[in-house]
Design a binder for this molecule. Structure first.
Ligand SMILES: [Zn+2]
Length: 364
């Protein structure tokens, strides 16, 4: 895998340059003044709802100071409860979704009508999806249609309220008697409740196979920010049977890395929190179009209302909770801070709103 290779080369380079770094300690101290100066001038980007810290924060500078591409960082204060929001939240039997009813949803068929899209629709006019996932979904299915002229795809599943998920689970339980279903998640534990997941089908049954022409969708969805979420060799980690029809939006950089690496979302979230914390090496890679990204993890400060999250100075970035124990920062290394985001982040609640009690950890 190219990414692993890059990572390995980087660590070898680091070992070699360790002595140089030690010798350059004095230079570093001088550099600190320059970095501090840059921090003072910088302002937060990407998420206007996070205000830059006014208190001077002691942000450790990554060790690899010989890297000419090294970024400068400032910090933003993020409401700690926002670790349960964002495109990268992990929702499965172990990690509950907490924000049912607060989503920024759009009607799939309503927006399709506005755009004059007639080659696919949701089975019902009420079907909604999280705003930022709508256009990537349209782009994916449009490119598929333009390639194969197949207009049989329908959206058979999208956003579900927790209430609706409960009725699906209860129906499945009545049919199978299995409380630990691998077909239907318990209420509060389905990705569909986030509005970031869609089920494709041809009829009102789960009859999308991902084979034949449809294989193009499964093989290329990552270029649009989606992953095939439940794959055959990952059922022990996802607790869900293989579902070639179920796609989860995570954003282009993460979908590219997850798909190329052959890992599932559980493994990716774990990889970031264990291997790529802010204080250590950051995950660096490019997508298929050559856009460069840096990704790192910041643990949430669970004892405080806000968590100080280091962010790059002068570059576009996104912050997402992981729904486990912190935040994932995605740096768009080629995009200056003034650029408009490709898919705007969802508005989040203001920091001054009353802080909800943090939900208890949910046992498996
Ligand atoms: Zn699904």
């Amino acid at each position: 895998m190219p990414n692993q290779k890059i990572s390995k080369e980087k660590s070898i380079k680091r070992t070699k340059t360790f002595v140089e770094v030690a010798i350059c300690a004095v230079l570093l101290a001088a550099g600190g003044f320059l970095i501090k100066g840059a921090m003072d001038r910088s302002k937060p980007v990407g998420r206007s709802d996070y205000e830059a810290s006014e208190v001077e924060v002691d942000i450790p500078v990554p060790e690899d100071t010989t890297d000419p591409n090294m970024l400068l960082y400032t910090s933003v204060n993020v409401p700690t409860k926002d670790k349960f929001y964002g495109d990268l939240i992990l929702v499965n039997n172990d990690h509950q979704y907490y924000h049912s009813g607060e989503e920024d949803l759009v009607s799939i068929n309503e927006l399709n009508d506005e755009q004059g899209i007639s080659f696919f629709s949701a089975v019902d006019y009420d079907y909604t999806i999280l705003r930022q996932a709508y256009q990537p979904m349209v782009d994916l299915i449009t490119d598929y249609y333009n390639k194969y002229f197949d207009d049989t795809i329908i959206i058979y599943g999208s956003y579900r309220t927790t209430e609706f998920q409960k009725s699906l689970y209860d129906d499945d339980l009545a049919q199978t008697g299995n409380e630990e279903s691998t077909r239907v998640a318990k209420a509060g534990f389905s990705e569909h409740e986030t509005g970031l997941a869609i089920d494709l089908s041809e009829t009102v049954d789960y009859d999308y196979t991902g084979e034949g022409d449809q294989a193009w969708i499964n093989q290329n969805c990552y270029k649009y920010g989606f992953i095939e979420r439940y794959q055959e060799d990952k059922t022990e980690l996802t607790y869900i049977q293989p579902e070639p029809w179920h796609f989860r939006y995570v954003g282009i950089p993460h979908a590219a890395y997850i798909t190329r690496s052959g890992i599932c979302l559980e493994e990716y979230i774990d990889l970031l929190r264990t291997t790529y914390p802010y204080e250590g090496d950051h995950l660096s890679f490019a997508d298929d179009d050559g856009n460069n990204y840096e990704v790192y993890f910041v643990a949430s400060d669970d004892g405080a209302d806000t968590t100080s999250v280091p962010v790059p100075s002068g570059l576009k970035y996104d912050i997402s909770g992981n729904n486990v124990d912190g935040f994932i920062v995605t740096v768009y290394k080629d995009v200056p801070e003034t650029a408009e985001p490709t898919y705007p982040a969802q508005e989040t609640t203001e920091a001054e709103e009353t802080t909800e009690a943090e939900p208890d950890e949910v046992a498996g």
